[in-house]
Design a protein around this ligand. Sequence first.
Ligand code: NAP
Length: 267
Amino acid sequence: MSFRPKPRYLKTLPNLKAVFSIGAGVDGFLADPDYPKHVPLVRFVEKGLAEEMAQFCVMHVLIHYRMQRDFDRAQAAGKWRQALLPKRPHETRVGILGLGEIGSVVAERLRPFGFTLLGWSRTRKQVEGVESFAGDDELPVFLSRTDILICLLPLTPQTRGILNAKLFAQLPKDAFVINVARGGHLVDADLIAALDSGHLSGAVLDVFHQEPLPEGNPFWVHPKVTVTPHIAAITEPRVAAQHVVDNIRRMERGEKLENVVDLKRGY
Ligand code: NAP
């Protein structure tokens, strides 16, 4: 049971029957070139985790939509600066990259606010109130219609670096980006350039290439960036332990394990 085991450690365990990730993402395991491919890798899928992520995303979508950062700045300057919301909720389009176990719950929790919702995944999805876009061919249209982009993709060779200059250029001007997936999805310099040029209006980053985010990293002080320390959704140890126990019991009864990662797909 782990999140990011030391590379080559797992291959030193000859009697390994299954590996349990205590996180939803398994990139920390698959980065090990010696991951023992005959051993099933089980990822952590839990409603509570998805709900926590949904809270985080709803909160930041609303902070952005309600212009709360502008009011924070006005307060800091001692200014009473009233402003109308520039758009009605349905005129604000929230696009979710990765409409999986977590992304679909995020969409469900955003729905009652009336935002226009879009989702992008490898295969077509049916999530109430969400327009589904599938595969690389449909990514440009999805991006051109997204004002607030939430990244909830797994980190795989196909998705590493996907949040880059080319992708940002396809978003409408003033789009806002929330990355709650993995630091490896983002090309940091491209985000800073898109923010500084004024093309993007801001970003919320919960995950980073190096964690903890090193002192002196430009994201700490960038005026358009909100940094949080990989807390969007945290696995509760008790719940993770129960998940492992339940799965071991299932194995002992000869039943199929749930949420086994497809090692070829990488998630
Ligand atoms: P999941 O159920 O496996 O969903 C992944 C989604 O991404 C699926 O819809 C999948 O499409 C789509 N996808 C994968 N590769 C793609 C590609 N190349 N092109 C288009 N779509 C692609 O994963 P999850 O449980 O929702 O978790 C998502 C990620 O959230 C995790 O991997 C982890 O990195 C991150 N996370 C972060 C935190 C945090 O605290 N910041 C907490 C939990 C999770 P298909 O369904 O069509 O295959």
